[in-house]
Design a protein around this ligand. Structure first.
Ligand SMILES: [Zn+2]
Length: 62
């Protein structure tokens, strides 16, 4: 009985981790570097940020 509960628990955890990863991916923005102004601009939501690299996710949904 205990083993069955453990398997169920692990399955639920994996499901939520998988879902979190999927939703994070869909939130990713299309970052374009604006070299003239030195900023990264999101073509999807219009967010702007400063940095050497493009942000990994959308600033709008934080
Ligand atoms: Zn965005």
């Amino acid at each position: 009985m205990f083993v069955i509960l453990l398997i169920l628990l692990v399955g639920v955890v994996i499901y939520f981790l998988w879902r979190h990863q999927t939703t994070t991916l869909t939130r990713n923005c299309r970052w374009r570097q604006d070299r003239g102004r030195g900023v990264w601009r999101c073509a999807y939501c219009g967010a702007e940020t400063v940095g050497d690299r493009a942000p990994r996710d959308c600033l709008r949904f934080k």
